[in-house]
Design a protein around this ligand. Structure first.
Ligand code: SF4
Ligand code: SF4
Length: 300
């Protein structure tokens, strides 16, 4: 790792599930930060681009694993591939003359290569599997690295990692001191890929019973990876009792409670206009988001 890259801090904004306001906070932080790269690691359901409107400068295809394909002109229809495939990806159909014809269903193929190995006439190709694209773009708040996962594609953890690596590279090239990452929801593989090695996470929780449950799982994950953890509650005034319980749970878990953001109907209006609520300039949430940003950015 180069010397200048080591200075770059990385803050990942995550939540126990989708729809808690994670992207609202990420977009607001992007608007408030002065020297940041923005990374969207929510590659399964990215929506930060709807607010930041990135102009793509570099576009790259993402391949994950392989899928097999039969060259019909070379196939002698022996059926060995059908027998050797453990994933039921090889399909047999009758052709117009009553013979058997073999093909491989890409969505079921795991790319293990067994069929290609046992095909005596080498009629099966193992092709790289296209799984999506990742981009380096410009936004009105600075560079952004983001991605889209192809329909039905898996392995988003690898794509998340690719976004992070290139966000760090971009930060080094552009002299940026911070990476603000909109992470995926939940605690699965893409989240682990998003937070591993980050300097801090900000968990956006909701003031509900399931919000407390999700928070427990996510703070445990962050503790496991020894990542400094901040927690804020979106729409905190909807249920002050739950917000109080989240604050208590946060403190007991060793994380830092960064504050609550009140329900604000202007947030939706801002997003309808395609801007962050900070730029929109109206609404009761702005002051609290600013305070949380000031606190978190000073304490990463
Ligand atoms: S093993 Fe090879 S030759 Fe036999 S059916 Fe499959 S693709 Fe055709
Ligand atoms: S590569 Fe593996 S999973 Fe895919 S068709 Fe061949 S044997 Fe089946």
């Amino acid at each position: 790792m180069q010397r200048e890259e080591r200075k770059v801090k990385e803050l990942v904004i995550i939540s126990g599930k989708g729809g808690t306001g994670k992207t609202t906070v990420a977009a607001s932080f992007a608007a408030l930060a002065e020297n940041a790269v923005i990374a969207d690691c929510d590659v399964d359901a990215s929506d930060l681009h709807l607010i930041l409107h990135p102009v793509i400068r570099i576009s790259n295809q993402f391949f994950c694993g392989h899928s097999a394909e039969i060259r019909k002109s070379d196939c002698i229809r022996c059926g060995a591939c059908l027998a050797y495939c453990r994933f039921d990806a090889v399909k047999m159909e009758h052709d117009a003359y009553g013979g058997n014809e073999f093909s491989i269903e890409t969505s079921s193929c795991e790319g293990c290569g067994a069929c290609a190995r046992f095909c005596t006439v080498k009629a099966i190709d193992l092709n790289e599997r296209y799984c999506g694209e990742w981009f380096v773009s410009d936004t009105r708040f600075g560079p952004m690295v983001h991605a889209v996962l192809g329909p039905g594609a898996e392995n988003s953890g690898k794509l998340v990692n690719l976004v992070r690596v290139n966000a760090r590279k971009t930060a080094g090239e552009k002299g940026k001191s911070l990476i603000i990452t909109d992470g995926p929801p939940g605690i699965g593989c893409p989240v682990i890929s998003s937070v591993t090695g980050a300097d801090a996470v900000l968990v956006v929780a909701e003031p509900t019973l399931s919000g407390i449950h999700d928070l427990g799982r996510i703070t445990e994950l962050a503790r496991h990876f020894r990542i400094r953890t901040f927690v804020c509650v979106n729409k905190s005034d909807i249920n002050m009792e739950m917000t109080g319980r989240i604050e208590k749970t946060t403190i007991e878990s060793g994380a830092v409670f960064a504050g609550g953001i009140p329900y604000d109907s202007e947030v939706n209006r801002a997003h309808d206009e395609g801007v962050s609520v900070i730029e929109h300039g109206k609404g009761g949430s702005i002051v609290r988001i600013r305070e949380i940003w000031n606190y978190v950015s000073r304490n990463i």
